[in-house]
Design a protein. Structure first.
Length: 448
Protein backbone atom coordinates (compact mmCIF):
# COMPACT_ATOMS: atom_id res chain seq x y z
CA UNK A 1 0.00 0.00 0.00
CA UNK A 2 1.43 3.36 -0.99
CA UNK A 3 1.68 6.37 1.26
CA UNK A 4 -0.89 8.12 -0.87
CA UNK A 5 -3.46 5.45 -0.09
CA UNK A 6 -3.01 6.00 3.66
CA UNK A 7 -3.46 9.76 3.53
CA UNK A 8 -7.30 9.73 3.34
CA UNK A 9 -7.44 7.49 6.41
CA UNK A 10 -5.11 9.74 8.39
CA UNK A 11 -7.02 12.80 7.24
CA UNK A 12 -10.22 11.40 8.74
CA UNK A 13 -8.71 11.21 12.21
CA UNK A 14 -9.00 14.23 14.49
CA UNK A 15 -5.75 16.06 15.13
CA UNK A 16 -5.97 15.08 18.76
CA UNK A 17 -5.69 11.38 17.87
CA UNK A 18 -2.37 11.88 16.07
CA UNK A 19 -0.54 13.62 18.94
CA UNK A 20 2.50 11.44 19.83
CA UNK A 21 2.48 12.65 23.44
CA UNK A 22 -0.93 11.05 23.92
CA UNK A 23 0.40 7.67 22.79
CA UNK A 24 3.30 8.02 25.24
CA UNK A 25 0.94 8.97 28.08
CA UNK A 26 -1.33 6.05 27.24
CA UNK A 27 1.49 3.49 27.34
CA UNK A 28 2.92 4.99 30.54
CA UNK A 29 -0.41 4.95 32.36
CA UNK A 30 -1.22 1.39 31.22
CA UNK A 31 2.21 0.19 32.37
CA UNK A 32 1.72 2.01 35.71
CA UNK A 33 -1.65 0.32 36.17
CA UNK A 34 -0.12 -3.01 35.23
CA UNK A 35 2.58 -2.69 37.89
CA UNK A 36 -0.03 -2.10 40.58
CA UNK A 37 -2.04 -5.04 39.23
CA UNK A 38 0.95 -7.37 39.34
CA UNK A 39 1.82 -6.33 42.88
CA UNK A 40 -1.74 -6.89 44.12
CA UNK A 41 -2.26 -10.28 42.45
CA UNK A 42 1.29 -11.57 42.91
CA UNK A 43 0.45 -13.83 45.88
CA UNK A 44 -2.73 -15.29 44.37
CA UNK A 45 -2.81 -19.00 43.58
CA UNK A 46 -4.72 -18.40 40.37
CA UNK A 47 -2.91 -15.85 38.22
CA UNK A 48 -5.37 -13.18 37.08
CA UNK A 49 -5.32 -12.03 33.44
CA UNK A 50 -3.54 -8.73 32.99
CA UNK A 51 -0.29 -7.11 34.01
CA UNK A 52 2.61 -5.02 32.78
CA UNK A 53 2.45 -6.53 29.26
CA UNK A 54 -1.27 -7.14 28.86
CA UNK A 55 -2.48 -3.75 30.02
CA UNK A 56 -0.40 -1.67 27.54
CA UNK A 57 -1.56 -4.01 24.75
CA UNK A 58 -5.19 -3.68 25.84
CA UNK A 59 -4.86 0.10 26.00
CA UNK A 60 -3.32 0.17 22.50
CA UNK A 61 -6.06 -2.09 21.18
CA UNK A 62 -8.77 0.14 22.62
CA UNK A 63 -7.14 3.25 21.17
CA UNK A 64 -6.65 1.77 17.69
CA UNK A 65 -10.14 0.29 17.45
CA UNK A 66 -11.61 3.62 18.46
CA UNK A 67 -9.37 5.58 16.07
CA UNK A 68 -10.37 3.43 13.08
CA UNK A 69 -14.03 4.45 13.46
CA UNK A 70 -14.18 7.54 15.73
CA UNK A 71 -17.58 8.68 14.50
CA UNK A 72 -19.31 5.31 14.90
CA UNK A 73 -17.22 3.27 17.38
CA UNK A 74 -18.55 -0.13 16.35
CA UNK A 75 -15.08 -1.66 16.22
CA UNK A 76 -14.32 -0.41 19.74
CA UNK A 77 -17.60 -1.81 21.07
CA UNK A 78 -16.88 -5.10 19.31
CA UNK A 79 -13.50 -5.27 21.01
CA UNK A 80 -15.16 -4.52 24.34
CA UNK A 81 -17.59 -7.39 23.75
CA UNK A 82 -14.74 -9.80 22.96
CA UNK A 83 -12.87 -8.70 26.07
CA UNK A 84 -15.98 -9.15 28.17
CA UNK A 85 -16.56 -12.68 26.88
CA UNK A 86 -12.94 -13.61 27.52
CA UNK A 87 -13.13 -12.26 31.09
CA UNK A 88 -16.43 -14.06 31.66
CA UNK A 89 -14.85 -17.40 30.68
CA UNK A 90 -11.91 -16.78 32.98
CA UNK A 91 -14.17 -15.69 35.87
CA UNK A 92 -16.24 -18.86 35.56
CA UNK A 93 -13.05 -20.92 35.70
CA UNK A 94 -12.01 -18.98 38.79
CA UNK A 95 -15.33 -19.73 40.52
CA UNK A 96 -15.05 -23.44 39.69
CA UNK A 97 -11.65 -23.58 41.38
CA UNK A 98 -12.90 -21.68 44.40
CA UNK A 99 -15.90 -23.98 44.89
CA UNK A 100 -13.81 -27.08 44.25
CA UNK A 101 -11.26 -26.05 46.90
CA UNK A 102 -13.20 -23.95 49.44
CA UNK A 103 -10.47 -24.13 52.07
CA UNK A 104 -7.66 -22.88 49.89
CA UNK A 105 -7.94 -19.29 51.14
CA UNK A 106 -7.19 -20.50 54.67
CA UNK A 107 -3.83 -21.98 53.69
CA UNK A 108 -0.84 -19.83 54.77
CA UNK A 109 0.39 -17.48 52.08
CA UNK A 110 -2.17 -18.62 49.49
CA UNK A 111 -5.05 -16.52 48.23
CA UNK A 112 -7.36 -16.55 45.24
CA UNK A 113 -7.65 -13.70 42.79
CA UNK A 114 -9.61 -11.17 44.83
CA UNK A 115 -13.19 -10.99 43.51
CA UNK A 116 -13.90 -8.87 40.44
CA UNK A 117 -10.79 -6.72 40.74
CA UNK A 118 -9.20 -8.53 37.80
CA UNK A 119 -12.22 -7.89 35.60
CA UNK A 120 -12.40 -4.21 36.46
CA UNK A 121 -8.65 -3.74 35.98
CA UNK A 122 -8.75 -5.16 32.46
CA UNK A 123 -11.77 -3.06 31.51
CA UNK A 124 -10.10 0.13 32.77
CA UNK A 125 -6.95 -0.67 30.80
CA UNK A 126 -9.01 -1.13 27.62
CA UNK A 127 -11.03 2.06 28.21
CA UNK A 128 -7.88 4.10 28.80
CA UNK A 129 -7.29 4.08 25.02
CA UNK A 130 -10.23 6.24 23.87
CA UNK A 131 -10.17 8.26 27.08
CA UNK A 132 -6.54 9.29 26.50
CA UNK A 133 -7.19 10.08 22.84
CA UNK A 134 -10.30 12.20 23.28
CA UNK A 135 -10.19 13.78 26.75
CA UNK A 136 -7.85 16.30 28.39
CA UNK A 137 -4.77 14.49 29.65
CA UNK A 138 -5.63 15.07 33.30
CA UNK A 139 -8.67 12.79 32.88
CA UNK A 140 -6.79 9.54 32.02
CA UNK A 141 -4.12 10.41 34.57
CA UNK A 142 -6.77 10.84 37.25
CA UNK A 143 -8.48 7.58 36.23
CA UNK A 144 -5.22 5.60 36.35
CA UNK A 145 -4.09 7.08 39.65
CA UNK A 146 -7.49 6.46 41.25
CA UNK A 147 -7.48 2.86 40.00
CA UNK A 148 -4.00 2.25 41.42
CA UNK A 149 -4.88 3.82 44.78
CA UNK A 150 -8.06 1.79 45.13
CA UNK A 151 -6.26 -1.40 44.09
CA UNK A 152 -3.69 -1.09 46.86
CA UNK A 153 -5.98 0.30 49.58
CA UNK A 154 -8.12 -2.79 50.22
CA UNK A 155 -7.11 -3.35 53.84
CA UNK A 156 -7.15 0.33 54.75
CA UNK A 157 -10.56 0.90 53.20
CA UNK A 158 -12.07 -2.13 54.92
CA UNK A 159 -10.59 -1.03 58.25
CA UNK A 160 -12.01 2.45 57.75
CA UNK A 161 -15.44 1.04 56.89
CA UNK A 162 -15.40 -0.90 60.16
CA UNK A 163 -14.66 2.23 62.20
CA UNK A 164 -17.42 4.36 60.63
CA UNK A 165 -20.70 3.75 62.39
CA UNK A 166 -24.27 4.20 61.26
CA UNK A 167 -24.43 7.64 62.86
CA UNK A 168 -21.67 8.99 60.64
CA UNK A 169 -23.26 7.51 57.53
CA UNK A 170 -26.55 9.14 58.48
CA UNK A 171 -24.75 12.45 58.92
CA UNK A 172 -23.12 12.10 55.51
CA UNK A 173 -26.55 11.48 54.01
CA UNK A 174 -27.77 14.71 55.63
CA UNK A 175 -24.83 16.54 54.13
CA UNK A 176 -25.71 15.24 50.68
CA UNK A 177 -29.29 16.38 51.23
CA UNK A 178 -28.12 19.87 52.24
CA UNK A 179 -25.76 20.33 49.28
CA UNK A 180 -27.25 18.15 46.55
CA UNK A 181 -31.03 18.39 47.00
CA UNK A 182 -31.96 21.51 48.97
CA UNK A 183 -29.40 23.91 47.43
CA UNK A 184 -30.47 23.46 43.77
CA UNK A 185 -34.17 23.80 44.71
CA UNK A 186 -34.16 27.10 46.62
CA UNK A 187 -34.88 30.22 44.51
CA UNK A 188 -32.15 32.72 43.63
CA UNK A 189 -34.39 35.81 43.73
CA UNK A 190 -34.78 38.31 46.62
CA UNK A 191 -38.00 37.88 48.59
CA UNK A 192 -37.94 41.25 50.38
CA UNK A 193 -36.74 44.79 49.75
CA UNK A 194 -34.97 44.93 53.12
CA UNK A 195 -32.09 42.83 51.81
CA UNK A 196 -30.78 41.80 48.42
CA UNK A 197 -29.71 38.37 49.73
CA UNK A 198 -31.65 35.53 48.13
CA UNK A 199 -32.75 32.20 49.66
CA UNK A 200 -30.14 30.50 47.47
CA UNK A 201 -27.40 32.67 48.99
CA UNK A 202 -28.69 31.89 52.49
CA UNK A 203 -28.50 28.14 51.92
CA UNK A 204 -25.17 28.46 50.11
CA UNK A 205 -23.82 30.13 53.26
CA UNK A 206 -25.14 27.18 55.28
CA UNK A 207 -23.38 24.78 52.90
CA UNK A 208 -20.05 26.64 53.09
CA UNK A 209 -19.94 26.90 56.88
CA UNK A 210 -21.22 23.34 57.37
CA UNK A 211 -18.65 21.96 54.95
CA UNK A 212 -15.74 23.76 56.65
CA UNK A 213 -16.89 22.65 60.09
CA UNK A 214 -17.59 19.09 58.97
CA UNK A 215 -14.20 18.74 57.27
CA UNK A 216 -12.46 19.87 60.47
CA UNK A 217 -14.63 17.49 62.48
CA UNK A 218 -13.75 14.50 60.28
CA UNK A 219 -10.01 15.24 60.32
CA UNK A 220 -10.08 15.69 64.08
CA UNK A 221 -12.07 12.52 64.69
CA UNK A 222 -10.73 10.02 62.16
CA UNK A 223 -7.51 11.20 60.50
CA UNK A 224 -5.51 12.37 63.53
CA UNK A 225 -7.51 11.95 66.75
CA UNK A 226 -4.47 11.50 68.98
CA UNK A 227 -1.94 14.02 67.70
CA UNK A 228 -1.85 16.23 70.77
CA UNK A 229 -3.89 18.93 72.40
CA UNK A 230 -2.56 21.83 70.32
CA UNK A 231 -3.33 19.99 67.08
CA UNK A 232 -6.89 19.30 68.24
CA UNK A 233 -7.31 22.90 69.39
CA UNK A 234 -6.27 24.23 65.98
CA UNK A 235 -8.82 21.99 64.25
CA UNK A 236 -11.37 23.01 66.86
CA UNK A 237 -10.78 26.64 65.92
CA UNK A 238 -11.81 25.81 62.36
CA UNK A 239 -14.80 23.89 63.70
CA UNK A 240 -15.96 26.35 66.41
CA UNK A 241 -13.54 28.36 68.52
CA UNK A 242 -16.28 29.14 71.07
CA UNK A 243 -17.17 25.48 71.61
CA UNK A 244 -13.48 24.54 71.81
CA UNK A 245 -12.85 27.30 74.38
CA UNK A 246 -15.67 26.01 76.59
CA UNK A 247 -14.40 22.41 76.44
CA UNK A 248 -10.80 23.40 77.23
CA UNK A 249 -11.83 25.83 79.98
CA UNK A 250 -13.78 23.14 81.77
CA UNK A 251 -10.71 20.91 81.64
CA UNK A 252 -8.49 23.73 82.91
CA UNK A 253 -10.54 23.95 86.13
CA UNK A 254 -9.39 20.44 87.09
CA UNK A 255 -5.81 20.85 85.83
CA UNK A 256 -4.64 23.46 88.27
CA UNK A 257 -3.17 26.90 87.77
CA UNK A 258 -0.09 25.79 85.83
CA UNK A 259 -1.55 24.01 82.81
CA UNK A 260 0.43 25.87 80.16
CA UNK A 261 -0.51 23.49 77.35
CA UNK A 262 -4.22 24.07 78.01
CA UNK A 263 -3.78 27.84 78.13
CA UNK A 264 -1.91 27.76 74.83
CA UNK A 265 -4.59 25.56 73.27
CA UNK A 266 -7.39 27.96 74.27
CA UNK A 267 -5.59 30.90 72.69
CA UNK A 268 -4.59 28.91 69.61
CA UNK A 269 -8.20 27.96 68.83
CA UNK A 270 -9.14 31.65 68.83
CA UNK A 271 -6.14 32.55 66.68
CA UNK A 272 -7.26 30.00 64.09
CA UNK A 273 -10.72 31.61 64.13
CA UNK A 274 -9.27 34.62 62.26
CA UNK A 275 -8.05 32.27 59.53
CA UNK A 276 -11.52 30.71 59.36
CA UNK A 277 -13.16 34.11 58.94
CA UNK A 278 -10.79 35.00 56.11
CA UNK A 279 -11.52 31.72 54.29
CA UNK A 280 -15.29 32.14 54.61
CA UNK A 281 -15.21 35.76 53.40
CA UNK A 282 -12.90 34.93 50.49
CA UNK A 283 -15.37 32.34 49.18
CA UNK A 284 -18.09 34.99 48.78
CA UNK A 285 -16.29 38.31 48.38
CA UNK A 286 -12.64 38.51 47.33
CA UNK A 287 -12.53 42.30 47.54
CA UNK A 288 -13.71 42.26 51.16
CA UNK A 289 -11.29 39.42 51.92
CA UNK A 290 -8.44 41.49 50.46
CA UNK A 291 -9.44 44.43 52.68
CA UNK A 292 -9.55 42.18 55.75
CA UNK A 293 -6.47 40.10 54.99
CA UNK A 294 -3.81 42.35 56.58
CA UNK A 295 -5.75 42.78 59.83
CA UNK A 296 -6.79 39.13 60.12
CA UNK A 297 -3.28 37.93 59.24
CA UNK A 298 -1.76 40.12 61.97
CA UNK A 299 -4.35 38.97 64.51
CA UNK A 300 -3.72 35.35 63.52
CA UNK A 301 0.03 35.86 63.97
CA UNK A 302 -0.60 37.64 67.30
CA UNK A 303 -2.65 34.64 68.46
CA UNK A 304 0.14 32.26 67.47
CA UNK A 305 2.70 34.35 69.36
CA UNK A 306 0.54 34.42 72.50
CA UNK A 307 -0.12 30.68 72.28
CA UNK A 308 3.59 29.97 71.77
CA UNK A 309 4.51 32.16 74.74
CA UNK A 310 2.02 30.37 77.02
CA UNK A 311 3.21 26.99 75.80
CA UNK A 312 6.91 27.62 76.38
CA UNK A 313 6.22 29.48 79.62
CA UNK A 314 4.91 26.34 81.30
CA UNK A 315 5.56 23.59 78.74
CA UNK A 316 6.87 21.16 81.33
CA UNK A 317 3.93 21.43 83.69
CA UNK A 318 0.98 20.41 81.49
CA UNK A 319 0.02 16.79 81.96
CA UNK A 320 -2.45 16.79 79.10
CA UNK A 321 -0.06 17.17 76.19
CA UNK A 322 -1.29 14.10 74.38
CA UNK A 323 -5.00 14.46 75.07
CA UNK A 324 -7.53 14.92 72.33
CA UNK A 325 -10.36 17.41 72.15
CA UNK A 326 -13.17 16.12 70.01
CA UNK A 327 -15.90 18.54 68.97
CA UNK A 328 -18.86 18.43 71.37
CA UNK A 329 -21.27 17.36 68.63
CA UNK A 330 -21.50 16.72 64.92
CA UNK A 331 -21.84 20.02 62.99
CA UNK A 332 -24.10 18.65 60.25
CA UNK A 333 -27.36 18.13 62.11
CA UNK A 334 -30.32 19.48 60.14
CA UNK A 335 -31.52 21.40 63.21
CA UNK A 336 -28.16 23.16 63.47
CA UNK A 337 -28.27 24.11 59.78
CA UNK A 338 -31.80 25.52 60.13
CA UNK A 339 -30.84 27.57 63.20
CA UNK A 340 -27.85 28.96 61.32
CA UNK A 341 -30.05 29.84 58.34
CA UNK A 342 -32.56 31.64 60.60
CA UNK A 343 -29.75 33.60 62.28
CA UNK A 344 -28.32 34.48 58.89
CA UNK A 345 -31.69 35.75 57.65
CA UNK A 346 -32.37 37.70 60.84
CA UNK A 347 -28.98 39.39 60.77
CA UNK A 348 -29.27 40.15 57.05
CA UNK A 349 -32.61 41.85 57.63
CA UNK A 350 -31.24 43.66 60.70
CA UNK A 351 -28.24 44.94 58.72
CA UNK A 352 -30.46 46.27 55.92
CA UNK A 353 -32.91 47.88 58.36
CA UNK A 354 -30.20 49.45 60.54
CA UNK A 355 -28.41 50.94 57.56
CA UNK A 356 -31.65 52.42 56.22
CA UNK A 357 -32.91 53.83 59.51
CA UNK A 358 -29.74 54.80 61.40
CA UNK A 359 -26.89 54.88 58.87
CA UNK A 360 -23.67 52.92 58.57
CA UNK A 361 -22.56 53.56 62.17
CA UNK A 362 -25.43 51.46 63.54
CA UNK A 363 -23.82 48.45 61.90
CA UNK A 364 -21.03 48.53 64.47
CA UNK A 365 -23.45 48.18 67.40
CA UNK A 366 -25.19 45.32 65.60
CA UNK A 367 -21.83 43.62 64.98
CA UNK A 368 -20.93 43.89 68.66
CA UNK A 369 -24.22 42.24 69.60
CA UNK A 370 -23.82 39.53 66.95
CA UNK A 371 -20.40 38.63 68.32
CA UNK A 372 -21.95 37.27 71.52
CA UNK A 373 -24.01 34.72 69.56
CA UNK A 374 -22.32 33.47 66.37
CA UNK A 375 -19.89 35.40 64.18
CA UNK A 376 -20.48 33.44 60.96
CA UNK A 377 -24.03 34.64 60.10
CA UNK A 378 -23.03 38.30 60.32
CA UNK A 379 -19.76 37.70 58.47
CA UNK A 380 -21.55 35.99 55.60
CA UNK A 381 -24.29 38.61 55.48
CA UNK A 382 -21.74 41.40 55.16
CA UNK A 383 -19.61 39.43 52.68
CA UNK A 384 -22.56 39.17 50.30
CA UNK A 385 -23.53 42.83 50.52
CA UNK A 386 -20.36 44.95 50.30
CA UNK A 387 -20.09 47.32 47.32
CA UNK A 388 -17.65 50.20 46.84
CA UNK A 389 -14.58 51.23 48.84
CA UNK A 390 -16.55 52.90 51.65
CA UNK A 391 -18.86 49.90 52.07
CA UNK A 392 -15.87 47.54 52.05
CA UNK A 393 -14.16 49.47 54.84
CA UNK A 394 -17.32 49.68 56.94
CA UNK A 395 -18.15 46.00 56.48
CA UNK A 396 -14.58 44.98 57.22
CA UNK A 397 -14.60 47.05 60.40
CA UNK A 398 -17.93 45.49 61.42
CA UNK A 399 -16.52 41.99 60.96
CA UNK A 400 -13.52 42.87 63.11
CA UNK A 401 -15.87 44.27 65.77
CA UNK A 402 -17.90 41.05 65.77
CA UNK A 403 -14.71 38.99 66.16
CA UNK A 404 -13.56 41.28 68.97
CA UNK A 405 -16.90 40.95 70.75
CA UNK A 406 -16.70 37.18 70.36
CA UNK A 407 -13.20 37.16 71.88
CA UNK A 408 -14.47 39.14 74.86
CA UNK A 409 -17.23 36.57 75.27
CA UNK A 410 -14.72 33.70 75.15
CA UNK A 411 -12.58 35.46 77.74
CA UNK A 412 -15.62 35.62 80.01
CA UNK A 413 -16.38 31.96 79.32
CA UNK A 414 -12.82 31.03 80.24
CA UNK A 415 -13.02 32.83 83.59
CA UNK A 416 -16.42 31.31 84.26
CA UNK A 417 -15.66 27.68 83.39
CA UNK A 418 -11.97 27.50 84.38
CA UNK A 419 -12.27 29.66 87.50
CA UNK A 420 -10.11 32.59 88.44
CA UNK A 421 -7.06 30.49 89.22
CA UNK A 422 -7.10 28.37 86.07
CA UNK A 423 -8.64 30.87 83.66
CA UNK A 424 -6.99 34.20 84.42
CA UNK A 425 -3.97 33.73 82.13
CA UNK A 426 -5.81 32.49 79.00
CA UNK A 427 -8.60 35.03 79.56
CA UNK A 428 -6.01 37.82 79.67
CA UNK A 429 -4.59 36.56 76.37
CA UNK A 430 -8.07 36.53 74.80
CA UNK A 431 -8.70 40.07 76.03
CA UNK A 432 -5.36 41.06 74.49
CA UNK A 433 -6.55 39.63 71.16
CA UNK A 434 -9.76 41.62 71.57
CA UNK A 435 -7.69 44.78 72.14
CA UNK A 436 -5.76 43.98 68.97
CA UNK A 437 -9.08 43.72 67.15
CA UNK A 438 -10.11 47.17 68.41
CA UNK A 439 -6.83 48.61 67.16
CA UNK A 440 -7.40 46.95 63.77
CA UNK A 441 -10.88 48.55 63.59
CA UNK A 442 -9.45 52.05 64.14
CA UNK A 443 -6.76 51.44 61.53
CA UNK A 444 -9.36 50.17 59.06
CA UNK A 445 -11.62 53.19 59.54
CA UNK A 446 -8.67 55.55 59.48
CA UNK A 447 -7.75 54.38 55.97
CA UNK A 448 -11.35 54.51 54.75
Amino acid sequence: MTSGSTTPFLATLPDMLLAPERLAVLLGLAFFLGLAFEEYFGSRRLKAPGGVRTFPLLALAGALLYALMPETPLLFLGGLLVLGLWLAVWYRYRLEIQFAEPRIEHEPGVRLDGGIMALVGNLIAYLLGPITLTQPLWVPVAVAVAAVLFTGARERLHAFAETVGGTELSTLAKFLIIIGIVLPLVPDEPVTTLTAITPYQVWLAVVVVSTLSYASYLVQRYVAPRHGLLYSAALGGLYSSTATTVVLSRRARTSGAHSGILNAAIVLSTGVMFLRILIVVAIFNRELAAALAPSLALLFAFGLVLAGFLYWRESGSGAENGAEVLPPSNPLEIQTALIFALLFIALSLAVGWARTEFGEESLFALAALAGVTDVDPLVLSLAQGAHGEAALAVNAAAILIAATSNNMLKGAYTLSFAGREGGLVPAAALFALAAGGVAAVFVMLGFA
